[in-house]
Every structure is written in structure tokens, then in C-alpha cells.
Design a protein around this ligand. Structure first.
Ligand code: NAI
Length: 493
């Protein structure tokens, strides 16, 4: 039988130690009869060599050939310099859904385990869009912007994945976490597409919850949730909160799933404070590896290893970062040997069934021949109804309004409002509103100008005119789509 090839990046810091331990465990469980690993260059060494992506071209080719990447944690340059390699990898290969499973584990004491509250929670986080596009600009002396991008097809992909996974895992209720009360258009779209997708999974109950309330609910009564699907940034934060419920990042596995390429990784970082000492806890990477084995159809091996791991935790064997401090901790090597010694055993609580036969072997979809354009619509009629012009200026709102009223004279547009940091400051405003050096000036079609008679060129011409006197730092067309306003109102409008 031919083996499946996996691209392997051990990572930085404790990465190589926990990866070696995990592979030894896999070997002992018979996994290597089915898998081969192709080591690739990725992480700190690549950044140090000037590879701004954090990986070599050869590494990219191997991952694309294999379709599966198993990786340890990697050091991310902070602030300036290279972008996070983890984010780059997820985006480059369209691994659009981040799946993380949070389960109470024996021997891992938490506030909840002590209180007898079992936790079994799955979080699906959108992995590509949102502010993680990293589209940022300095707009004036005092203003920086980060664009938050949420697309309908992006939402659909992650929601479909969540519901399909819920179905496979026998989850009866899926919640959508969001902030659609404030970001009515971006989070509103995420929530609307969730409700649309849910219609294809009628047997699964749904609910939605505002993300701040969700955080409180998770701390107060975590057992009320089975699966939560969230946009990228909110999902990032909530999934670390959930990791805290089960004992920390060392116990939370993570899979980044795409249609063609999937990435399995430990969620904790490189732990530079303990790197090289052989004392790191490999549990998160092992659990991520088990998600990978199940993804590849190696369900029997995954169940055998999971039972041995849980039995080991149940026995009280622990590395230095968790467990009963009155008992001496063991190093990484001894911890993994304890799991190997228990292969074939089942824990007293939380054992999983070991199927007699393997599931269907892993089938990779064919490699795409070109970049895909995904869209959800066919014929939408859009009409220009105005534009927002953003200015870098230290003037007062009234002075800006005077200038802008002059600029739009003899054009199809009239000055509608001026806002500063999203709050309306003209035609009405409060003296208590503090302004910075960055204004949004909204022009809308004059009442007598029928919709559909003016194209974008007239709006661009208006911007040109404004730019003769002002620094224009950005520009957005205002459009209606099938008669629905495609832009938000200012606060106070
Ligand atoms: P960290 O997760 O590396 O460490 C936080 C604390 O947890 C430290 O005290 C560390 O010793 C401990 N710890 C983490 N994993 C452990 C394990 N398996 N066993 C025992 N103790 C463990 O987070 P930190 O310090 O914020 O980040 C260090 C580096 O890792 C940074 O460069 C960061 O960018 C990177 N990082 C990479 C990630 C990835 O590749 N997926 C995720 C998070 C951070």
C-alpha cells in the first residue's frame, strides 16, 4: 500500500523536542506504515536568512505536493519585519477554517475539573479574512487604519465546514459568535450567512451570541456550548479563553483546514524560556497529530494513541507545566515513553472506541490548475449614490464643511455629513466630541439627481477637485446593491 507523504516542519524553540517525541509515539503506534514525512525549511532560520515569508520556495513546493503540513510552533517577528509565518501559511494555502477541540483531560486540574464541570467544546474560527488580512495604512500624522474584510464566500466556506464537522461529531447545536450589534455590516454578514448555511443542516439546532456575552458565559457556564463558529479575531481570542478552561494552551490541539491543503499544529508558542531542556509538554502537538491522523482516515491509530495518552494523564504522570505538584514531574522523553507503554490500554474515564477497521483512506482533491474566483451572486444591480472622501487635515469641522460645500458646488453631489473617528461632527455634533486630524466627508447625490444616472467617474472627479486643496488619504464609493444601502451610517447620523 502506498504511503501518504506529510510535509514536516519541527519549528523553533521547543518545537523540535516535542515533534521528535510525537513522531516516536506515532512510530510505536504503527502510524509509519501509512505515513512518510518530508522535512521542510520553515521558521526562524528562514527569517534569519532573509526569507521574508519564513519558508523557502522548496518548502512551499513540498507542502503543495503533500497537501498536509504538520508543524511545531514557530517564532514570529514582533512589530516590524516579517509577517507571522502561521498566518502566511494559512492564507497562502487557503486553510480557511481553524478547528480547535477543548476537552477536560484527567490529571489536568482546572477550576472546572475541581468543580466537577466537564468541558467538551469545539471552536471553529474563520482563518483568512477579518483584520488578519493585515491591510494597514498610516492615513495622517495621528491615524492608522486596519481594514476588516469579510466576504460572503469566505463566511460560507467556514460555516459549511462547521456544520459538516458538527454533523460528523454528532453535535446537536452550533452557536455563531459575533459583534453584529456594532459592526452591523461585517459581523452582520457573518451572522446572516450562518443562518443561511444552517438551512442545509436542519437536524442541527442553532443559536447566536454576542462575543462579549459569550466570553462571560464561557467562564460562568462553559458546558452550555457544544460548538461555536466565529470570525477570525474574535475566534482567536475566544479559543485561547477556551484553552484556559481546560488547563492552558498545552492541551488544545489545532487544525487549519482547507479544501486542498490542511495544517496541523500545536497552538502554544516556542516557549523560549524552557527550549533545549527536554522538559516541554508534547500533549498539544500529539493531540494536533491525532486530528491529522483522523483527517487522513487513520482513525484506529488515533483512537489507540488517544486512549494511551489519556490513561497516562490519568496515572498522574506529568511534565513540569501541569499536574499534581506534590508528585515529581518527568521530562518530555519519559512522558512519551509512558504513553508508548500504555498503547493498547484504555483510560477509566473518557476512553474512545477503537474501530476494528480503518475509515476510507485519504483522498486529495486534484490540484487546481489556476487561482479560483469564488462568488455567491449572479446579477446584482448596483448604483453609485455618493462617495466618502477621507482627509488628513488639522482644520475644525466647520472649516472643513465650508471648504467641502464649495468643492461640490456645480457637481451632482451635495455635502451630507462630516464625521471624525466615526462620530458625526457636522451638520450637528457635540462640543464634547474630540476630533483628530482625519475626517470622513460624505457626499450624496442631490435629491433632483435620479439614481443610476451618475457613474463613478463623477465621484472620482469630485475627489480630484478636493485633492487640489486637501490631502485625500482614502476614498470609498457609496453604492446601493439591488436597492439596499451598501454603507453604514455615522454614529449620531
Ligand atoms: P509560549 O506559548 O511560547 O509560552 C508561554 C508560556 O507557556 C511560557 O512560560 C512557556 O514556557 C509555556 N509553554 C508553552 N508551551 C509549552 C509546552 N508545550 N510545555 C511546557 N510549557 C509550555 O508563548 P510566547 O512566550 O508568547 O511566545 C513565544 C514565541 O512563540 C513567540 O515568538 C511567538 O510569536 C511564538 N508563537 C508561535 C505560535 C505558533 O507557531 N503557532 C503560537 C504562539 C506563539
Amino acid at each position: 500500500m502506498s504511503k501518504t507523504m506529510i510535509a514536516l516542519a519541527p519549528g523553533d524553540g521547543i518545537g523540535p523536542e516535542i515533534m521528535q517525541a510525537t513522531l516516536e509515539l506515532f512510530k510505536a503506534a504503527g502510524v509509519m506504515q501509512h505515513l512518510d514525512f518530508a522535512p521542510i525549511e520553515m521558521g526562524k532560520a528562514c527569517f534569519d536568512k532573509g526569507e521574508t515569508r519564513g519558508m523557502t520556495d522548496a518548502a512551499v513546493r513540498v507542502v503543495e505536493d503533500c497537501g498536509i503540513l504538520f508543524k511545531g510552533p514557530m517564532e514570529t517577528p514582533k512589530g516590524g519585519g516579517g509577517k507571522s509565518i502561521n498566518v502566511t501559511a494559512r492564507k497562502l494555502w487557503n486553510a480557511y477554517a481553524n478547528l480547535r477541540v477543548f476537552k477536560t483531560l484527567p490529571g489536568v486540574e482546572t477550576v472546572y475539573s475541581k468543580a466537577g464541570v466537564p468541558i467538551n467544546l469545539v471552536i471553529v474560527r474563520e482563518n483568512i479574512e477579518d483584520t488578519y488580512g493585515g491591510v494597514e495604512h498610516r492615513l495622517s500624522n495621528d491615524m492608522i487604519q486596519c481594514k476588516r474584510l469579510i466576504s460572503a464566500p469566505g463566511c460560507d466556506e467556514v460555516h459549511r465546514f462547521a456544520f459538516r464537522t458538527a454533523r460528523a461529531l454528532g453535535i446537536s447545536k452550533v452557536h455563531c459568535g459575533h459583534k453584529a450589534n456594532i459592526m452591523k455590516m461585517t459581523d452582520g454578514l457573518f451572522l446572516e450567512r450562518f443562518k443561511q448555511t444552517a438551512k442545509d443542516f436542519p437536524e442541527i439546532e442553532t443559536g447566536d451570541v454576542i462575543v462579549d456575552a459569550l466570553c462571560m458565559n464561557l467562564v460562568v457556564k462553559p458546558q452550555q456550548y457544544q460548538m461555536i463558529v466565529l470570525p477570525n479575531l474574535q475566534g482567536d481570542i475566544v479559543s485561547d479563553l477556551a484553552a484556559g478552561l481546560v488547563g492552558g494552551l498545552g492541551f488544545a490541539p489545532s487544525a487549519n483546514i482547507g479544501n486542498h491543503i490542511s495544517i496541523f499544529e500545536a497552538v502554544h508558542g516556542t516557549a523560549p524560556d524552557i527550549a533545549g531542556r527536554g522538559i516541554a509538554n508534547p500533549t498539544s502537538l500529539i493531540l494536533s497529530g491525532l486530528m491529522m491522523l483522523r483527517h487522513l482516515g487513520l482513525v484506529r491509530e488515533a483512537a489507540t494513541i488517544e486512549n494511551a495518552l489519556v490513561a497516562t494523564l490519568e496515572s498522574g504522570t506529568h511534565t513540569g507545566d501541569f499536574g499534581d505538584k506534590s508528585k515529581p514531574s518527568v521530562n518530555t522523553q519519559t512522558f512519551v515513553q509512558a504513553i508508548v507503554d500504555r498503547l493498547g490500554q484504555k483510560p477509566k474515564i473518557g476512553s474512545v472506541d477503537v474501530p476494528a477497521t480503518e475509515a476510507q483512506p485519504f483522498q486529495r482533491p486534484p490540484r487546481p490548475t489556476q487561482m479560483q474566483v469564488i462568488r455567491t451572486y449572479t446579477n446584482v444591480v448596483s448604483h453609485v449614490c455618493g462617495c466618502d472622501i477621507y482627509l488628513d487635515t488639522p482644520l475644525s469641522p466647520v472649516a472643513v464643511a465650508d471648504e467641502m460645500a464649495r468643492a461640490c458646488k456645480d457637481t451632482p453631489f451635495e455635502l451630507k455629513l462630516i464625521s471624525n473617528r466615526g462620530t458625526q461632527v457636522w451638520p450637528t455634533g457635540s462640543v464634547y466630541t474630540e476630533c483628530v486630524d482625519y475626517y470622513r466627508v460624505r457626499f450624496e447625490l442631490k435629491k433632483e439627481q435620479p439614481l443610476g444616472t451618475i457613474g463613478q467617474a463623477r465621484a472620482v472627479a469630485l475627489m480630484d477637485k478636493v485633492a487640489e486643496k486637501f490631502t485625500v488619504c482614502s476614498f470609498e464609493l457609496l453604492r446601493q446593491f439591488d436597492g439596499v444601502r451598501g454603507y453604514s451610517m455615522a454614529q449620531g447620523q
